[in-house]
Each structure stands twice: as C-alpha cells, then as structure tokens.
Design a protein around this ligand. Structure first.
Ligand code: NAD
Length: 292
C-alpha cells in the first residue's frame, strides 16, 4: 500500500483516484470544489484541506488539473513540501516545455517527475483503460508504472521529460480532426436522409472506423453534448499543438484549420460543451437547425 496524494479530482481525476483506492492504496485527495472530495471519501479515500496537507506524507503525488499554469503553480507548492525521492506523476495535458521545466524544478528538490498525460476520455478513466504516454527518466517511469497500470490499459515510455506531452499533442491533433470529419459525415448523411445508426455501424467496420466513431456518434446523433472533454480543454490542447508545430517548422494545415473551428465554437459560447459539439457548427455552417 502506497500513500498517494491526488490533486485535481475532476472528470478524469475523480475516477482515477477511486481506482487507486480500490487497488488498495491510501489516497489523500485535494480539489478546488468540495463535492469531488466527498466522492473520494465515499469511495474510501481521504480529503485534505490543502495541497500541502495532501502531499506532506505522500510517497507518490499525482496531479490532474486543467492547464500548464495550474501545474506550474502546484509544482511550486508540492516540490518543497514533500519528502526527497517522492515521485510526482503529472497526468494533466500541458505544454511539453512546461513539463520539462517542472521536471527540472522537481530535481532541485530531489523530486522525481514524470509527465504522463492520458487519452481515452471520461469512459477510459471510468473503465481504467486509459492510454498513457509517459516521459521521464527510465527508472522513474518504471517506478510510476504500477500506479499507471491501475488506471490505464496501455502505458508506454515514449522518451525523456516532456516527450509524453509531445505525444499527447499529436493525439489531440488526430482526435480533433477525426471528430470534425465524423461531424461532417453525420450532417451529410442526415441531409441525404440516410439512417445514421446503420451508416455508423458499417463505417465502424471499415477503414473509416475509429475510437471517435465508436464512442462519440451516439451522443452526436442524439445532440447530447454534456462533457466528456470540454471544448475549452481541446482549444487549450490545439494551442499546444500549433505552437509546438511552429517551433519545429512543421506544417499542419488541416490541424490548424480544425484549431480555428474549435476556437470559433468556443467563441460562440460553447466552451463547456463536449468537443463532439463541433457538429453544431457544421449544422450552422450548412444552414441547418441547431445554430450554435
Ligand atoms: P476538470 O475541469 O473536470 O477537472 C480538473 C479538476 O482540477 C477540477 O475538479 C478542479 O477543481 C481541480 N483543480 C484545478 N486546479 C487545482 C488546484 N490548484 N488544486 C486542486 N485542485 C485543482 O478537467 P478534466 O476533464 O478532468 O481534465 C484534467 C486534465 O486532463 C486536463 O489537462 C485535460 O486536458 C486532460 N484530459 C481530459 C480528458 C477528458 O476527456 N476530460 C481526457 C484526457 C485528458
């Protein structure tokens, strides 16, 4: 049994922390809002009143918060207040350069930091089947693996500090483009009066098949856009992708276009909907119902 401090118990962190409790670990959580802490306690974990309280006795600290500034601010609180040798696993999706900076800052306090962003969405977190791309020193990644295996189905060491975030950026590029094209296909099929249930079943069996097609079309067809993964967060991730592509001179013409579409959806007030709400914008651009 390991004492694990888990900071950020939202859509993803909540179920991940509960799986670690179920695996027999002593999980001490902290979150900005109270209901998530109550859910952790109901699952058998403990609630801390501050990040510093949560991490003081921990052997492992896991952070799962929205954005780069959140992780940097937390690292400033965490690293000076843990025992030397503590493992800090950051599962948030943040900029690769910030992940490297956080790893360097941790090293100054004897804290071993790995970046371990996840893919698989809320369902992946609930089912403990997340795909986890891990950056860091090989020994630290191996030390993190037993905990990541509890919440993930595919855990792969992809390179040094920051590499996990670079792979996650590529993941977000693929997912955004895939959702936009699935949305366009659904509106196209509906406009032609085709049964979209039958259509997506056969599409899923061919080269057009994807996890997006499997997991997102039912909600899109029903126009149910409760998150899931918020448009706000995907907008953040596409900012990471476009900046990192620009840094290396890589052209991502389609990705840049989809980044513009996600930004537009958000600017129209839909930042808190699931990213599958890209469908609303396709309908709007097509002069059809459900104008966003
Ligand atoms: P969320 O907004 O549901 O949860 C974030 C939680 O962090 C909130 O409960 C908030 O109270 C807490 N928090 C923020 N700052 C904090 C602080 N300083 N101290 C304590 N708690 C703090 O977000 P989410 O959907 O769970 O996403 C978390 C991260 O995982 C993001 O980086 C996101 O991009 C990534 N991600 C999300 C999904 C998804 O499908 N939702 C999938 C893969 C990756």
């Amino acid at each position: 049994m390991t004492t694990i401090a888990f900071i950020g118990l939202g859509i993803m962190g909540g179920p991940m922390a509960a799986h670690l409790v179920a695996a027999g670990h002593d999980v001490v959580g902290h979150n900005l809002s109270r209901p998530a802490l109550d859910r952790l306690v109901a699952a058998g974990g403990r609630a801390a009143t501050s990040t510093v309280d949560a991490v003081r006795e921990a052997e492992v600290v896991i952070t799962m918060v929205p954005d780069s500034p959140d992780v940097e601010a937390l690292a400033l609180e965490i690293h000076p207040n843990v025992k030397p040798g503590t493992l800090h696993i950051d599962c948030s999706t943040i900029r690769p350069d910030v992940a490297r900076r956080v790893a360097d800052a941790g090293a100054e306090h004897g804290v071993r930091v790995v970046d371990a962003p996840v893919s698989g969405g809320e369902a992946g977190a609930v089912e403990a089947t997340l795909s986890i791309m891990v950056g860091g020193e090989a020994a630290d990644v191996e030390a993190a693996r037993p905990y990541l295996d509890v919440v993930g189905g595919t855990v792969v060491h992809v390179g040094p500090a920051g590499a996990g975030q670079t792979v996650k950026a590529a993941n977000q590029l693929i997912v955004a483009g895939n959702i936009q094209l699935v949305a366009e296909a659904l509106v196209f099929l509906e406009a032609h009066g085709v049964d979209t249930d039958a259509a997506t079943t056969v599409l899923a069996g061919g080269l057009a098949g994807s996890a997006v097609l499997d997991r997102k079309t039912a909600g899109m067809r029903a126009r149910e856009f409760a998150p899931g993964f918020r448009v706000d967060l995907h907008h953040k991730d596409l900012g990471i992708v476009t900046a990192a592509a620009r840094e290396t001179g890589v052209a991502i013409p389609l990705g840049a276009h989809v980044a513009g579409l996600v930004a537009s959806l958000r600017a129209q007030g839909h930042g808190s909907l699931d990213h599958s709400a890209l469908l609303l914008q396709v309908e709007s651009l097509s002069g059809r119902k459900n104008t966003p």
